[in-house]
Design a binder for this molecule. Structure first.
Ligand code: FFO
Ligand code: GTP
Ligand code: MG
Length: 468
């Protein structure tokens, strides 16, 4: 868990060794002595200066751009120094080590270490400080990490929307409506003589209903946003030779898995993330399911079952060219039986009839018919997968959200609906009504971190990458 501290911290803030330029970033109080030790010239606030970064002997470690962001006008709200150097792994590590060394060197003029206590940052620590110093709220800080990790363009765009505060603004709108209602109820509690009349005059029921509608709209978009972030896991299963690996390749548009006429070709799980209208779909091709005496194949089949058990949806492949054979049908029926027993309730199994091109007259079957060879039915499958995922294009764009937000919103909705029940009752228990509204507001505050428990904050930030 990430503790709250104010020690100065340093990290390489870019993926080292991958680009032409990399940044070493320091955040803390009183960076001036460190800057004087490393940079040959003084820095103007928030202005890039090209200069050599000096080692202890005064030799240049690298030539780069240095920027000083004096507190509070920085990303973290603390003093920030950025050393923008060449992007190689070794040069950035050298520069990082130089910062730590220079921090501990005793400054001749003061007789003290230049920046006592400078240490490596923990994952997420810069963002945590930005949050603690009020630069961003919790949902925005999470959006920073999600923007970095976004696996599709649509996910990145919606993370950008959350980062700019669109999601937080919706949450604040809901919070303001709740606070208004709470005030009405508390006022009624304080003046019992006026009683229900007061709530009626203010149309509390109407206000609560409007709040519920607004909440439902936010929930829908948050759910879509969470889907963009997490995606769904789809497992392709079926008997050997059903065409599973061919289907994976067709969906991915690349020859990822070995395809052959030999039954039992696939043993390891071959996984690939594809995107369908921006929704990440994690597809896993698995070993054909059958009784086997081959040790390696058995391991493959065990792995297939592991995959199936963690699937959000299973594509069960039936080979149309063998669909008439009683043995083959019995095999499919047996596996489907087992599959339904192993799968958690609510995980859909989609029957997919493969090799549509290879049969003269395709019989009608429940489910989807397709051909990995000609591409027939693949688009229909993609559409079906989006439906299974629960994707609905939302008109004014989604903001990236996390499962945590979706769950918090669901709790808000539960409390609001209990409040609505109270209000609709013939003799509303005003204290219960007030309590439900209070709990609803607490759940909302968890999203933006207004009153987040320390523990929750630590868990959230420690999942960030280092340097963020
Ligand atoms: N070089 C560099 N690029 C970067 C970052 C960074 O830290 N360094 N960022 C890191 O994530 C992102 C930009 N985020 C930032 C957010 C706030 C401030 C900042 O200085 N805020 C001040 C002043 C704002 C203003 O002038 O309007 C403030 O909030 O007071 C800087 C970067 C992406 N690009
Ligand atoms: N005509 C036709 N043949 C196909 C199609 N899909 C797969 N096949 C053939 O069916 C055979 C088995 O294909 P695979 O994709 O390897 O089947 P699999 O289900 O992955 O097989 P295992 O890994 O052994 O479980 C190969 O000879 C493929 O060329 C299709 O859409 N049309
Ligand atoms: Mg295969």
């Amino acid at each position: 868990m990430l503790a709250r501290t104010t020690d100065p911290i340093v990290a390489i803030a870019t993926a080292p060794g991958r680009g032409a330029v990399g940044i070493v970033r320091v955040s803390g109080a009183g960076l001036a002595p460190l800057i004087a030790a490393i940079c040959v010239r003084p820095l103007k606030a928030r202005e890039a200066t090209y200069l050599p970064f000096r080692d202890a002997a005064g030799e240049p470690v690298d030539h780069g751009l240095a920027i000083h962001f004096p507190a509070p006008h920085s990303f973290t709200g603390e003093d920030v120094l950025e050393l923008q150097a060449h992007g190689g792994m070794v040069v950035l590590q050298l520069l990082l080590a130089r910062c730590l060394e220079a921090a501990n060197e005793v400054d001749a003029s003061s007789g003290r270490a230049r920046l006592p206590g400078l240490r490596l940052a923990q994952p997420g620590e810069f963002s945590q400080r930005a949050f603690l110093n009020g630069k961003v709220d919790l949902a925005q800080a999470e959006a920073i990490a999600d923007l970095i990790d976004a696996s599709t363009e649509a996910a990145a765009r919606s993370a950008g929307r959350s980062l700019s505060g669109a999601f937080s603004r919706e949450i604040h709108g809901l919070r303001d409506a709740l606070i208004h209602l709470r005030m009405l109820v508390e006022a009624t509690l304080d003046f019992p003589e006026e009683d229900i009349d007061f709530l009626q005059k203010a149309d509390a029921i109407g206000q609560l209903r409007a709040l519920q509608n607004q909440l439902a709209a936010v929930q829908l978009r948050a759910r879509q946003g969470a889907l963009l972030r997490e995606g769904i896991k789809v497992v392709i299963a079926g008997q050997p030779n059903a065409g599973k690996s061919s289907l994976l390749n067709a969906l991915a548009g690349a020859e990822l898995a070995i395809v052959s006429a030999v039954p039992g070709t696939t043993r390891d799980v071959v996984a690939q993330t594809i995107q369908i209208h921006g929704v990440p779909v994690h597809v896993a091709d698995t070993a054909g399911l059958r009784e086997s005496s081959d040790e390696v194949e058995q391991i493959g089949i065990a792995r297939a079952w592991d995959q199936i058990e963690s699937a959000d949806a299973v594509l069960f492949l039936h080979d149309l060219t063998r669909a008439d054979s009683p043995d083959y049908e019995a095999g499919d029926a047996g596996i489907l039986n087992l599959l339904r027993r192993k799968l958690p309730a609510g995980v859909p199994v989609l029957d997919v009839w493969s090799k549509h091109d290879a049969v003269a007259v395709a019989q009608q079957h429940d489910g989807l018919s397709l051909s990995a060879k000609t591409g027939f039915g693949i688009e229909a499958l993609r559409t079906r997968l989006l439906e299974i995922a629960g994707w609905q294009a939302v008109p004014d764009g989604v903001y990236l959200a996390r499962a945590r937000h979706v769950h918090a919103l669901a709790r808000v909705a539960d409390h609001v609906s209990l409040a609505a029940d109270q209000l609709a009752a013939r003799h509303p228990a005003l204290d219960l009504l007030a309590e439900e509204l209070r709990l609803a507001q607490n759940a909302l505050n968890e999203i933006t971190g207004a009153f987040g428990a320390d523990e929750l904050l630590g868990v959230i930030f420690s999942r960030f990458c280092i340097g963020k």
